[in-house]
Design a protein around this ligand. Sequence first.
Ligand code: PMP
Length: 414
Amino acid sequence: MIKTESIQRNIDIDAIRQDFPILKRKVKGFPLVYLDNAATTQKPASVIQALTEYYSGFNANIHRGIHTLAEEATAAFEATRDAVQHFMNAEAREEIIFTRGTTEGINLVAYAWGRQNIDVGDEIIISTMEHHSNIVPWQHLCEEKGAILKVIPINDKGELLMEEYEKLLSGKTRLVSVVYVSNSMGTVNPVKRIIDKAHQAGAIVMLDGAQAAAHLDIDVQELDCDFFAFSGHKIYGPTGVGVLYGKKQLLESMPIFQGGGEMIKDVSFEKTIYNDLPYKFEAGTPNIADTIALKAALEFIDNIGKENIRRHEDKLVTYATGELEKIPGLRIIGTATDKISVVSFVVDGIHPQDIGILLDSRGIAVRTGHHCTQPLMDWFCIPGTSRASFAVYNTMDEIDELVLGLHKVIKMLA
Ligand code: PMP
């Protein structure tokens, strides 16, 4: 409580917007209204500058070099690991593995942990609202091992049915892998309860944190999750870099994911001795530049404060919901009591794709389609939605533009 009160302050959105060069551009003659932040956020100047500084000042391969540039690049790369450890409150820096993104993090666990620990008849639990990245790797593992994939149902507000989840848990459950925040609806799942119940049943838990990391305080020790994956590009950082957190003893017990340079201590034709954590899971030259720039993104978030970001985005969601609900024939998909940063909707008689194209003609970027959650769209019996998703730099005026644009679209097409 004291922490929150001391952090809370009004943030200057205009000043924050000045930090994002792309927000000055026009699209189709209109000022850009960027409401596709769940797909990827825009990047502040500090992140872009970190990339330039690395390439123009100390570009070198890391870890093996003894020359100055290699030492500087290594120090900057490893400084990001420390920053991520702090960002997630991980107990040890060895628990932070750099990946390409959330998708690779989940695949790493499915491949390395899954192939060692899943057997015929074992059960893996996911939920109806999962992103394809948190469905396909487990489905593939189940097919290979003869294991069973179970799915937590939802209600029509887009909330998990927790009693049904508890009924799915049994002595056969090995892993529960769920999304922390739904990318299609913004639902915030009760992950602490999910984790506690899974642990009581003897299962481990992986969280897909792709949509949570930019908006919620992440404390992996308090959550007690076993794995947590997120992507840099959804938290104001570069594409092509992400993080897999794993509890140290789990990561230590797991076999390797990919083999190659960096992840070894010693190689002979008879035997390879693998490197210690975290390098054991970082084969080959990593994405050095983007990993270094990820630290600037974490600093950007830290300077504003997650509490402040969340408070601003909550206002945007509340305002957008209220305004959109006034539009005749518009239905919001995902009305969970606990939701953040996303407003998804359908309009009677108009395909989401057409809404997206016509909004773009007014410079408004929203995402349309199934949002890589086809089973969720099937559950709602819709082909897809239009989705406005918010970041700290969005404004009420932009929501007014969206609403105005939608009125025009409906007038044209209905
Ligand atoms: N999970 C969720 C909930 C997501 O929103 C996304 C990205 N849309 C992913 C996983 C995959 O992230 P990435 O493409 O960065 O690996």
